[in-house]
Design a protein around this ligand. Structure first.
Ligand SMILES: Cc1cc2nc3c(=O)[nH]c(=O)nc-3n(C[C@H](O)[C@H](O)[C@H](O)COP(=O)(O)OP(=O)(O)OC[C@H]3O[C@@H](n4cnc5c(N)ncnc54)[C@H](O)[C@@H]3O)c2cc1C
Length: 401
């Protein structure tokens, strides 16, 4: 018997550990139940940190952890899922392809930034939702320092005032001054069609976030979209022209295009609408998890967000359930009644909220300490040691904040 897991991000890693843990608990050997992770590299990219300095360092290796927990690894990118033949095709970096058959498949291929058809965006825009984009942005920012000072050089426009847009925008003043010199006349401007910043968070955190933006000198243009980009700047929907050499697009995510290969209903973000145990409806051998799944978190009508918080727990459930299904154990309904957010707001500042209505719980330096703990410790993989890894995945499935 075998389980194949597509993706080694937060959900894929937790799925592999969750399946391995149950296999171990039931005294089943890796020969009887093989677990194989497929991804382009044996690592987890720490995507929530890609807006920070040195983004190329935001990665955690997995080879030793996989060895310690008897998880096989197959390097490559999945191109097709044949849910009738129960097999996937994987293409390696050298172009060779292999077919892997599965008894249970866990789709944990994550998401990408969404690029709308705004003229010039694909050509002149930057992003920080994937490692390659974040590294390209970092190189661009450092290259700007070699150019003569100008309004365009010193101005960065961030498209999107949601979580990722705010985090990158509030990090930028410090990062740009480090690169261009403390005296550089830096401007950071957030543009969003919404009426308010952080529109998904509601009213409670808003005054604090707005005050932070004012303190950092981050400007906003709200109720207006970016109309077009060219190499010298952007034109907003209301005709305003902003000279800039750097536009960072941070508005919207879409689930992996692999979800479109499953004969299942998807939501407007491309996520597969899964059953309570994270199975793909009508495809009993396939589970979808992390950013590829739209899953109900509770009985109050809330659904998992595209977040590490949800991806880690969704992964732990999906892996456990894939193994349980093959081992004749009951599968477990996913639930995650607690929802918190911790939004980074620049040096020594963040805001921690609780609940789907985002009630503010902690702000300032204390919230920043929580953010650092989350980003630098909690979301990283466990040590490459079996007991620690199994405790880690069990906690991800059972412990609430
Ligand atoms: C800039 C930024 C900031 C964020 N900040 C936060 C935050 O503060 N808090 C929070 O909770 N969340 C945050 N998120 C969201 C969070 O990073 C995602 O929700 C999370 O990464 C989802 O985990 P995942 O495992 O589903 O997908 P991913 O982490 O994207 O992992 C997907 C995996 O699948 C692999 N893969 C993709 N396609 C294929 C293929 N065809 N074949 C094989 N493998 C494939 C990838 O290489 C990767 O290993 C942030 C995201 C970004 C981009």
């Amino acid at each position: 018997m075998n389980i194949v897991i597509i993706g080694s991000g937060f959900a894929g890693l937790m799925a592999a550990l969750g399946a391995s843990r149950l296999r171990h608990e039931k005294g089943v050997s890796p020969d009887e139940l093989a677990i194989t992770v497929v991804s382009p590299a044996p690592e987890t990219v720490i995507r929530p940190r890609l807006y920070e300095r040195n983004p190329e360092q935001m990665v955690a290796p997995l080879t030793e952890l996989f060895a310690a927990t008897d998880i096989n690894y197959h390097q490559g990118s999945v191109e097709t899922i044949d849910s009738v033949a129960s097999a996937i095709t994987v293409v390696a970096a050298d172009g060779t392809s292999a077919t892997l058959a599965y008894d249970r498949l866990v789709l944990a291929a994550g998401s990408d930034g969404f690029t709308p058809p705004i003229p010039g965006l694909a050509e002149f825009g930057f992003a920080a939702t994937q490692m390659a984009e974040a590294v390209a942005l970092d190189r661009h920012l450092h290259a700007l320092a070699q150019k003569p000072a100008s309004t365009a050089r010193n101005t960065v426009v961030v498209g999107g005032a949601g979580f990722t847009g705010l985090e990158v925008a509030t990090e930028l003043p410090g990062r740009l001054r480090e690169i261009m010199g403390e005296d550089a006349d830096i401007r950071v401007i957030i543009v969003d069609r919404s009426e308010h910043v952080a529109p998904a968070m509601g009213t409670d955190p808003r005054p604090f976030i707005e005050e932070r933006l004012r303190t950092l000198g981050v400007e906003t243009r709200l109720n207006v979209g970016i109309g077009a980009l060219d190499e010298n700047g952007v034109t907003l929907g209301n005709g305003e022209r902003i000279e800039t050499a750097t536009v960072i697009w941070s508005a919207g995510m879409r689930a992996s295009p692999l979800t479109a290969q499953l004969p299942a209903e998807r939501d407007n973000l491309g996520r597969v609408i899964v059953e309570r145990d994270l199975r793909v409806p009508g495809r009993s051998q396939i589970f979808a998890t992390g950013d590829t799944a739209k899953a109900r978190t509770d009985t109050a009508g809330n659904y998992a967000a595209m977040s590490c918080q949800h991806a880690r727990r969704l992964g732990a459930f999906a892996g456990h359930n894939a193994a349980a299904d093959l081992l004749g154990e009951p599968t477990l309904p996913y639930d995650q009644p607690v929802y918190v957010t911790c939004l980074d707001l620049g040096p020594d500042n963040a805001i921690f909220t609780r609940g789907w209505d985002s009630k503010v719980e902690i702000t300032g330096a204390q919230a920043k300490a929580v953010k650092k703990e989350i980003n630098e410790v909690w979301i990283y993989p466990p040590n490459a040691e079996r007991t620690a890894a199994y405790e880690h995945v069990l906690a991800a499935r059972t412990i609430d904040f």
